[in-house]
Structures are given as C-alpha cells and as structure tokens.
Ligand binder design. Structure first.
Ligand code: ADP
Ligand code: MG
Length: 381
C-alpha cells in the first residue's frame, strides 16, 4: 500500500494550531438525494471521467491521482481531452464519457472572451449534462491568512439558467438583448437541494440572495419559491438578502451566513467573494450536481494558466475536489484520510504555497500530505 522513494522531505514551518474538532472542517458534505454511485462500477471499482483542461489542470489532476492511488481508493480514471482549442467532436466525447460513468472531475477550460464566436465550453458542459446545482464550501483554515476568522459558508448556486442561458442578440445595431431565463421547476429543484442540504448537514439557516426589488418577476419568482418552500423546513431559519447588500455583508461580517441559495450570476460573484475571503482561488473546491451526473472541479473555475508548469500553484482546491468526489462515491475512509492529511499539512505543519503566504512548492504540499497519509493510514482501515 505505501509506495516508496517518490517522497522527498518538504521544508516545514511548524506552527502549533487548531483544535482537533477543526480537523473535520474540510471533510466535506453529505449530499442530498439518491446519489453516491457511479454508473460504471465493476469489481468494486468506480470509473470516473477525467478532463484535465487548461492551465494547471493536468498537473493538479496528476496530484489527485497520486494521493488516491496511495490510499488504494477504488477509482479508475478514464481521461478525455477538452481544452480551449476544440477539435471536432471533443465535446461529444466528453458528454458520452460522463453519461457512461456518471461522475467526472475536471480542470477549467479557458474561455476566450475576445472572440464572440467562442462560447464557454464549461457552461455548455454543465448545461448539456443538466448539472443544476453548484456547491462550494468556504471555510477558514487556521494558519491560512484571511481577512476574517470563523467563516463557514456553503454556497448553493443555480447552475444552468438565469443570465447564463446564452441567449443574446443585437436587435438593431447598437442595441443588444441579453435574455435571463428563470423557470419555476429549475428554481424549485435547487431550492429543495439547499434546504435538504441544510437539514442533512446540521445547518441552521438558508439565506436566499436576489434582486427582487428591481427584477420583480424573475428574481421575484426565485425569492417567492424559496420563501414558500422554507415552510416545509421549520428547523431551518429562512432569510433573504438583496444581492448588493449581500456583497457588502460578505466582506464586513461573513460569519452571519450559513447556507446561501443563489441564482446563477449572483452565485458566481458571491462564491468568488467567499473564496477570496477564506484565502483565494487555490483553496476551495466546487461540486456540480445533476440528477444522475456529478462533476467536481476547483470552486472558482480558474485555469491558473500563468502558473502552469511551475510547480507553484496551490493544489488544495483540486485535492478537495478529489475528496468531494470520493465522498460522493461513498469512499468515506479514503476521503477522510486524504482530507485529514491535507489538513495537517496546511495547519499543524503550516506548509503553504506562495498564494497563501508560504514558500512551498506544489509538490512539497503533496509530498507532505503523502507522508501524513502514510502515518495515518493504519488508523483508517
Ligand atoms: P490565468 O490568467 O493565469 O489563467 P486565472 O484567471 O485562471 O489566471 O486565475 C486568477 C488568479 O488566481 C491568477 O492570479 C492565478 O494565478 C490565481 N490562481 C488560480 N488558481 C490558483 C491556484 N491553484 N493557486 C494559486 N493561485 C491560483
Ligand atoms: Mg485563466
């Protein structure tokens, strides 16, 4: 089980921190609904689709695979290529592979915003697989520099419609209509997910974010559905907040938030604020959930192209995406050993990449986590 040789000694800044209870802070979610199985499981092993993507994606996927292999996680990887340089049929190949396996893990694909003909391949993937809920868990990690302490927010975002419907046209020269689509069914399923998530994970409050004072029909419907549904969940406090105020409250007093339920675009913006508050894009993972498919990725959906090949990116966000995936597959022991080992690396050992104030290389974070796993594994059998 324990491999040899590949691990060198990483530089360690030993900082004594943390209550033992805090070690569960990145031990990720219980996921509502009849989920937890890959469609492709043979001989006790799951097959998952891997899309390394652009930028740091390929090297980060490599690290995930190393850690999973090290603890004998019963997962096989089927790799498919999709990058910002499309080739004929590559999207179909990816879609078929995820439909076949039910589960995917991906890096981000660069979206060229200066080319009007190039629409986001990430958005297309989510839409075509109907991955309707995006879930991020933003929690402060002791020793990681952040503007606030004690943040622990779960952000649940409608992931397929709203401003991301992709329906834009220039009706007459100089006038563009950009259509925001809001549908009752799609709001209901994501709102239901948020309340169920809250109950399942012992959360207390769901705050619905909206701009219903201006977008009276579209956001009005979102708010109305969330408010009505809250009555079915008396143990969960209902709260709502206008998106501009929510942004201000996030940066001034983020501890007031527990679960946040949001339409697509506001969810994108607020999720990025939340990731920034707990230490940046290298730390948080994101889950994209549908009825039968799930795709795991870094929460802020960055490519980190400028960091690629330098061994300096923070691997935490990707590793947590891998942990989320193991959890989803029901591989809890493997998820626990990786997340607890990573937690030890980041907190007790203070081994940090430069984005969070350290000088460690990506590989040093991974190597330290492997060493921690080596010590922990006998206790996780
Ligand atoms: P790029 O222009 O290099 O593709 P992105 O837009 O993808 O950058 O990312 C935004 C910022 O977040 C960049 O400064 C990038 O370096 C940083 N970043 C993204 N991912 C990570 C990571 N895993 N570790 C550290 N920094 C990251
Ligand atoms: Mg980028």
């Amino acid at each position: 089980m324990l491999s040899s040789g590949v691990v060198s000694t990483a530089t360690r800044r030993v900082i004594s921190v943390g209550t033992p209870a805090a070690s569960s802070a990145i031990r990720t979610h219980k996921i509502p609904g009849p989920r937890g199985n890959t469609l492709a499981k043979y001989g006790g092993r799951h097959t998952v689709t891997v899309m390394p993507g652009d930028g740091i994606g390929p090297e980060m996927i490599g690290h995930i695979r190393t850690l999973m292999k090290y603890c004998n996680a019963p997962v096989n990887f089927e790799e498919v290529q999709m990058t910002s340089t499309p080739y004929d049929g590559d999207m179909e190949e990816v879609i078929y592979a995820i439909e076949r396996n039910g589960v995917g893990i991906k890096g981000n694909i660069e979206t060229k915003f200066d080319d009007p003909a190039f629409s986001s391949r990430n958005v297309e993937l989510r839409r075509r697989l109907d991955l309707w809920a995006n879930v991020l868990h933003c929690v402060t990690i002791p020793t990681v520099p952040s503007r606030h302490k004690d943040i622990d927010i779960v952000l649940i975002r409608e992931n397929t419609e709203g401003e991301y419907s992709g329906l834009e046209h220039e009706s007459i020269p100089g006038v563009v209509e950009s259509i925001k689509i809001v549908t009752q069914d799609k709001i209901e399923r994501v709102a239901r997910f948020a309340y169920e998530y809250a109950v399942l994970n012992g959360r207390k409050k769901v705050t619905t974010v909206h701009k219903a004072n201006i977008q009276k029909l579209g956001d009005g419907l979102f708010l109305q559905i969330a408010q009505e549904m809250a009555k079915e969940y008396p143990s969960i406090e209902f709260d709502q907040m206008i998106v501009d105020n929510a942004c201000m409250q996030m940066v001034s007093r983020p501890q007031q938030f527990d679960v946040m339920l949001m339409p697509n675009l506001y969810g994108n913006i607020i999720s990025n604020i939340a990731c920034g508050l707990v230490g940046g894009p290298g730390l948080v993972s994101g889950m994209n959930m549908g009825d039968v498919h799930a795709v795991f990725e870094p929460g802020t959906r960055n490519t980190g192209t400028g960091l690629a090949g330098k061994d300096i990116a923070n691997p935490t966000a990707f590793l947590r995406a891998g942990i989320d995936m193991l959890r989803y597959l029901g591989c809890h022991k493997h998820a626990n050993v990786i997340s607890d080992a990573l937690w030890q690396t980041l907190t007790e050992q203070g081994i940090h990449t430069s984005d969070i104030g350290g000088s460690a290389k990506t590989s040093e974070v991974v190597e330290a986590t492997l060493r921690n796993m080596e010590r922990m594994l006998p206790r996780y059998q």
